[in-house]
Each structure stands twice: as structure tokens, then as C-alpha cells.
Design a protein around this ligand. Structure first.
Ligand SMILES: *Cc1c(COP(=O)(O)O)cnc(C)c1O
Length: 374
């Protein structure tokens, strides 16, 4: 049996590595390393893939979130609602712009933001009238789209923008609607370990709003106007490297196939571990990218010990919810504020997930978990 990797980029290299090397060579020969032709080609291909009208590639999933908030003019005095059960980037960008992240507890079954609690938190902020509710950032955790229909209704009622953090969910769907197209604007990430990763940092923003698109293109290049040295607003250096775009174009060719493989592996995991641990609920009509295959168990430490003894990698996403992170101490949250997120953080575990896991490896992983639970 091959050594089990948490995410196996080497195995993917056997499938597509040759094409990627040739694509890199082409970029090296034409030499247009910044905003070269591959950048535009990737944006077009992603627009076709998601059916989003506009795609703005950028330097990372984090910068994508930052740029969307900047383009919407969010800043001091504004409240932005989001999940405490996510990677820090989601809330970090809110604080970096001087706005305040307001956390909303998650649903115990989907691990995504709970729409009922969202409305309660919005009402609370309105009553306190210290901050202006401006936007909500639902996160599609582990690749499962958030409840966008319910969230969009609530957002409309309170005049909030919906900004999707689809860093993990590009390729997922609700019905025939693709992830990244369910919000006013949404972002994804091409960080290497994401389902569609590059060989470094990269990201993209998706929207149907043409004036927002114009602002994002400007912000991506230091707030440029009609000319690079005519700066009409503050921006950042938020461009995606041509080399990274060329790599994502190649990987996009096998992406659908890889998503199918991930789904099959997830179903095998579920079958073999049925009744032993609790899985993330995938609601009817929803599909996920299985960016992580995670389950909840009160016996987590026992399972981890056995996996580690068997040299099977496993990771806790996310051990400490954002409201308890030192970086957010000044928001004055405390233990017990978001019991669902805290409880999931205490019991969740992610096991290896990538399209190239073999049946023998899946068996070994699930047998090891079963052994731990005996
Ligand atoms: C990975 C990730 C990000 C950040 O993306 P980068 O490309 O690493 O900056 C943001 N939000 C979530 C939910 C993520 O998983």
C-alpha cells in the first residue's frame, strides 16, 4: 500500500504533471508574468464553469475577501456577520478594514451558519445601534454551500450584502446553481490543498454586478483608473501570477472528474463508518466538494491516537472557534457564547481526502478507526 497522504499532490502530478510543466514552459517563454494571457483565459474558463458573469482572479482567497469588502465600501462602524467556525481569514479581513465581525453560531448538522441565529444577531446589533449591519459572509465549510436561500431572504429584509466565502466549495452546487454564484459576490481560493489548487497562492472573485466588477479590477491594481498611474481609489497588489493561472487552467481540465472521485470516496467512508461517527449533513439538492472529509465523535482522542500509530494523517479543522482566538480578544467574546461551534470544535476530525485514495487505503483508514472504537 502507498503511504497515505492527507492531500496527495504527487499522485495528481502523475495524471496532469506533464501538461502543467508544458504550460509553465509556455509562460516562461512568452514572459508576460503579470496579467498575461493565461490570467484572462482562466477567468473566462471559470466564468463558463460556474456561469458567473464576471470572474476576477486575484492573489489569494484572503485578498479576494478583502477586495470584495473594500469594493463594497465596508469600514469603521460597520458590522459584518459571519461564522466562528471557519479559517481566520474570513473574519480577519473584516477587522483589517476597521469593521467589526459579528459571529453567528452554526447549525449542528451542516456546520454552516444558522439562518435563524443570523436574524437574532442582526436584531441585537440593530437594537444596540452602535454599529450598522452591512453584510453577511456565509462560509461553505468543508465544501458544503451554506443555506443561501434563507440567508439571502434575511439579508434582503435588513438590506445587507451577501458575500460568499466559497474558498472550499468551488465545484459544489445547490440544485443546478453552482457555488460562487449564490451571493452578491463570492470568492474562492487556489491554495494548493484546496480542491482546485495551484502551486502557490491564488484566488478568484465571482459576481454578476458589473459596477462591482469594475471596482474590483481597479482595487486589484492599486486603485487604478483608466491608466496604471492614474489612481482613483486605494487598492492593493491583488493580482494572480500568470504562472499560477496557467497551472489552474490545466488542473481545471480534470477537476470534474476529480470531484466525482472525491464523492465516491466520501460514500465509501460513510458506508464503512456508518453508525460509528456522525457525518456532516449534506441536505437534499446540495452537493459538496469534500474539501475535507470530517466527522464528529466524542472518542476523538482515541481515534487520533490509533490513526497516528498507523501513520495515517488527520487534522482538526477547526480546534478553536474564531470568537475565542487571541486575535479577537478585543471583541470580548467568551467561552459559551457559541456552544454549537465550540462543541463541534471539540469533537470534529478530518481524515485523508483526495481523488487518488485507493480502496486499500480507505479500508486501512476505516479499519483503524473501527479498532479505536472497539
Ligand atoms: C483557505 C481559506 C481562505 C483563505 O484562502 P487563501 O487562498 O489561503 O488566502 C478563506 N476562507 C476559507 C474558508 C478557507 O478555507
Amino acid at each position: 500500500m502507498e503511504k497515505i497522504e492527507f492531500v496527495d499532490l504527487k499522485a495528481q502530478g502523475f495524471v496532469i504533471g506533464h501538461d502543467i510543466k508544458r504550460a509553465i514552459d509556455r509562460v516562461v517563454s512568452h514572459g508576460r508574468f503579470i496579467m498575461g494571457p493565461e490570467v484572462h483565459e482562466l477567468e473566462e474558463k471559470l466564468s463558463r464553469f460556474t456561469k458567473a458573469e464576471y470572474v476576477i482572479s486575484c492573489s489569494s482567497g484572503t485578498d479576494a475577501l478583502l477586495m470584495m469588502l473594500m469594493a463594497m465600501g465596508i469600514g469603521p462602524g460597520d458590522a459584518v456577520f459571519t461564522s466562528p467556525f471557519t479559517f481566520i481569514a474570513t473574519a480577519e479581513v473584516i477587522s483589517l478594514l476597521g469593521a467589526v465581525p459579528v459571529f453567528v453560531d452554526i447549525d449542528a448538522a451542516t456546520f454552516n451558519i444558522d439562518p435563524v441565529k443570523l436574524e437574532q444577531e442582526i436584531e441585537k446589533v440593530k437594537k444596540e445601534s452602535r454599529l450598522t449591519p452591512k453584510a453577511v459572509i456565509p462560509v461553505d465549510i468543508f465544501g458544503l454551500p451554506a443555506e443561501y436561500v434563507a440567508i439571502t431572504e434575511i439579508a434582503a429584509k435588513y438590506d445587507l450584502k451577501v458575500i460568499g466565502d466559497a474558498a472550499q466549495s468551488l465545484g459544489a452546487q445547490i440544485g443546478d446553481k453552482k457555488a460562487c454564484t449564490m451571493a452578491h459576490a463570492a470568492s474562492t481560493s487556489f491554495y494548493p490543498a484546496k480542491p482546485l489548487g495551484c502551486y502557490g497562492d491564488g484566488g478568484a472573485i465571482f459576481t454578476n454586478d458589473s459596477s462591482l466588477k469594475e471596482k474590483l479590477i481597479s482595487i486589484r491594481s492599486h486603485g487604478k483608473g483608466d491608466h496604471k498611474y492614474n489612481n482613483v481609489r486605494l487598492g492593493i497588489n491583488g493580482r494572480m501570477d500568470t504562472l499560477q493561472a496557467a497551472i489552474v487552467i490545466q488542473k481545471l481540465k480534470i477537476f470534474k472528474n476529480e470531484l466525482g472521485k472525491r464523492e465516491k470516496i466520501a460514500q465509501k467512508y460513510k458506508k464503512r463508518l456508518h453508525g460509528l461517527v456522525e457525518f456532516q449533513k449534506i441536505p437534499h439538492q446540495y452537493t459538496t466538494t469534500w474539501a475535507q472529509f470530517s466527522f464528529v465523535s466524542k472518542e476523538r482522542s482515541k481515534i487520533m491516537a490509533k490513526l497516528e500509530a498507523g501513520k495515517i494523517p488527520c487534522v482538526i479543522y477547526y480546534p478553536k472557534p474564531l470568537h475565542l482566538q487571541e486575535a479577537f480578544f478585543r471583541l470580548k467574546y467568551k467561552n459559551g457564547d457559541f456552544p454549537v461551534a465550540e462543541n463541534i470544535g471539540d469533537t470534529i476530525l478530518s481524515i485523508p481526502m483526495h481523488p487518488y485514495l485507493g480502496d486499500d487505503q480507505i479500508d486501512f483508514i476505516t479499519d483503524t478507526i473501527k479498532l479505536a472504537l472497539q
